[in-house]
Design a protein around this ligand. Structure first.
Ligand SMILES: *Cc1c(COP(=O)(O)O)cnc(C)c1O
Length: 224
């Protein structure tokens, strides 16, 4: 049996020395497992359910950076806005508007990524690359003074077809580059391309990811 700390270090050893942020995805794992990674020096954790995050936030050290990576319901945004470090999963304009509203109330600026859907699986969530482009073309920063758009997040299809996965990551990278060279040109904080999970993060990095979200390889299988 390996420990969380050992698996965390094994994953870190596979990452480039610089330039790729590791989000340890701790959803469905207990606070004690997070603390093991914390005691090994890790500070950045990803959760996908608001209630679970609330409980863990209360239980665990305050210098943890909490990333939210799951689908957000409008009525729950207010619970995480006070302390969340980065919301990866902004999957609609409505959610971004609610984040703006709640962040304005407490005078905080919240870092956000737009979730872009490129995988083959059907989903109700996320922008298509075209919708993302369109949204940012029409974007009025003054309407969103309390959100800071940091980049985009995406997932590849759940498949063994490596060419397919590579192709989907390449689409996300291309969109990211197009936005940075175009509508978001000069916007230095738009710098994050979050892609890659346990089974595909090395390919994601090869395609230009600079933030990976890894759960199972660090914490083991989840029990839902
Ligand atoms: C659960 C989850 C992950 C982590 O997946 P693993 O396969 O356990 O590494 C990454 N990103 C998102 C959006 C997730 O929901």
């Amino acid at each position: 049996m390996t420990t969380v700390a050992q698996r965390l270090n094994s994953v870190k050893a596979t990452l480039p020395a610089e330039g790729v942020t590791l989000v340890a995805v701790s959803k469905f794992h207990p606070a004690s497992a997070i603390l093991e990674a914390y005691n090994a020096g890790h500070r950045c954790f990803g959760e996908s359910r608001v209630q679970e995050l609330q409980v863990k936030f209360e239980q665990l050290p305050r210098d943890i950076e909490w990333h939210f990576i799951g689908h957000l319901q409008t009525n729950k945004v207010k619970y995480i806005v006070p302390y969340v470090s980065l919301i990866h999963s902004v999957d609609s304009v409505r959610i971004l508007e609610e984040i703006e509203r709640q962040a304005a109330r407490i005078d905080r600026v919240v870092d956000c990524l737009l979730e872009v859907h490129v995988a083959q699986e059907e989903t109700k969530y996320g922008f298509s690359p075209q919708e993302c482009m369109q949204f940012l073309n029409d974007f009025t920063p003054s309407q969103f003074a309390h959100v800071r758009l940091r980049g985009i997040m995406g997932m590849a299809s759940f498949t063994d077809d490596e060419e397919q996965i590579k192709h989907e990551f390449a689409i996300l990278k291309q969109l990211f580059d197009e936005l940075r060279g175009g509508v978001l040109c000069g916007c230095t904080h738009f710098d994050t391309l979050s892609m890659g999970m346990s089974h595909d993060y090395l390919e994601a990095i090869a395609q230009g990811s600079n933030m990976v979200r890894i759960g199972t390889t660090i914490f083991g299988e989840r029990e839902y």
